[in-house]
Design a protein around this ligand. Structure first.
Ligand code: ASP
Length: 282
């Protein structure tokens, strides 16, 4: 029987090139450290636990547009969204526009075991508070500065896909949204368009949420990958369609054979992946 090598891919968003070399190196170093810790977790846990864990680490880092460093909507409030999907069970769960909860991905992971698996707004917050999840401010000097500039750069969303030693796949994505958007706007991240996993592959997407939703990006790639028996071909075909429509998006993907595919129409996509001793960073 073929030995499975656990594989972890993380992303820190698609967007403009980080022109400042020092900042680029700083983000790269941060992602390397997070990848390291995430991979260690994956070696002793299953895929869904590993993607949740590593996405939580990314949420805790104020450099990224999720959790602690989330962009603010036009009214100055951070509304956070996250989702997880367990490919082994074909189960999806998510939280939409939750406020004042440190780690929305942990709430999404917890909802995976419930019959109502997607919660939104104040009710999602109430559920999370009752369940004992950590509360706290999710505005930083950086997110306030960007808000003051009315920035809707819409990048730095985070996510991960993993293949564990049992051959199971999972995906997670977490975001603060595009920034300075209409209050209440819902991102693609807590939808299967951006967060999707089956027993064949797992995908996490980033970029312009509306376009990702219209393309049903992650589901489209996953369905094609299964039909074509090739994740690479599925990415290629889907991104050729997306590019033809001038879509602004990127995605990380992984299949049950451990093939990793990363593609984007944006100037850059921050990613890192590890498979045994092999490691690659953007
Ligand atoms: N997809 C996110 C959104 O549109 C933004 C991002 O990926 O950075 O809300």
């Amino acid at each position: 029987m073929r030995r499975i090598i656990p594989t972890l891919v993380i992303q820190g968003g698609a967007g403009g090139l980080i022109k400042d070399k020092r900042r680029r190196l700083k983000i790269r170093k941060k992602m390397a450290g997070i990848l390291d810790r995430g991979y260690k977790k994956l070696l002793s846990a299953n895929a869904i636990a590993a993607v949740t864990w590593v996405t939580r680490l990314l949420e805790n880092d104020p450099e990224f547009n999720a959790g602690r460093g989330a962009m603010l909507q036009a009214d100055g409030k951070a509304r956070l969204s996250a989702a997880v999907m367990d490919g082994a069970r074909s189960r999806f769960a998510g939280v939409i526009n939750i406020e004042g909860i440190r780690n929305p991905v942990l709430v999404a992971r917890s909802l995976l075991e419930e019959s109502s698996r997607i919660l939104a707004g104040p009710e999602a917050r109430r559920w999370a508070v009752d369940a004992g999840f950590e509360t706290g401010a999710t505005r930083t000097a950086r997110s306030i500065r960007l808000w003051e500039k009315k920035s809707s750069a819409g990048s730095d969303t985070v996510g991960a896909v993993a293949l564990d030693a049992f051959g199971q796949l999972a995906s997670a994505t977490s975001t603060g949204g595009r920034g300075y958007e209409c209050p209440g706007r819902v991102s693609d991240s807590p939808m299967p368009a951006a967060t999707y996993a089956t027993d064949y592959c797992a995908i996490s997407a980033t970029g312009h949420g509306e376009e990702i939703i219209e393309a049903a990006l992650a589901v489209r790639i996953a369905q094609r990958a299964a039909d074509m028996n090739s994740l690479k071909q599925a990415f290629r075909k889907t991104f050729s369609e997306v590019s033809a429509r001038k879509g602004y998006m990127g995605a990380i993907g992984l299949n049950r054979l451990g093939h990793v595919v990363i593609q984007t129409t944006t100037p850059s996509l921050l990613y890192g992946w590890q498979q045994g001793k092999f490691r690659k960073l953007f």
